[in-house]
Design a protein around this ligand. Sequence first.
Ligand code: ACM
Length: 272
Amino acid sequence: MGAELKENIKAACGQFNPVFGDTKSNINKICCMTEEARSDLIVFPELASSGYEFKDRNELKSLALDFNSGAEIKRLKQTAKETNTYIVVGLAEKDRDKLYNSAILLMPDGKTHTYRKNHLFDREKALFDRGDKPFSVVETPIGRIGLMICFDWIFPEAARLLSLGGAQIICHPSNLVLSFCQRAMFARSVENGVFTITCNRIGTESRTDRALTFTGGSQILGNRGETLAQAGTDTEEIISAEIKPVLADEKMITMNNHILNDRRTELYGRLL
Ligand code: ACM
């Protein structure tokens, strides 16, 4: 028998400052924050077990995780099961000779779903392989969940495809350095009528010839763009909100406008 459907859920973000290269302590932090949040769903930042600024592909390879084996994924799966929480976390993924900037959804029943970042940002292009999976949606007892990662936000197609695929909640692990995303996600929520959960990291990494400061400000937005919870710009914290995912199925924005069905796709040929 499947798990019971839940109409109202507690969604959370675990905003923190991953320590570069310290996989053990970062995974430990993710598990502890999950236990502390006592939520149905929790989202963590992009590349949360490794840190962001790899010096080269060899260094990335040494910190990337094999999702089919390894103690780290096992520990995360165990935490999802023990706390009955759906956990979304961004991780560097190793799959044979490929290296992906991935997000994994770990479910309490032991199942997982992986998304590999399709729009790589800046120097990530020299480190990671591009994602090779479509934007797909997972049906769960706490709602239909879609995943995108950080810079995917600037391509409205990502959130749109997830929404057309039925997503009610878009989980968005991030390592944001530009200042626009949090405001732009307001539009992603409104134009698609979905809940969005952007979990960003905090802190600064100075591992190469540049220093990167991450902007925090993790947020949970409602299906009409309401800010339901927002974190500070440099504080480690858990934020949470009660949400009703089924509200995202209401796509009428006026009595006469359905935000998906009113699209004039016959005029959009140039998009392709
Ligand atoms: C980003 O995609 N990490 C900005």
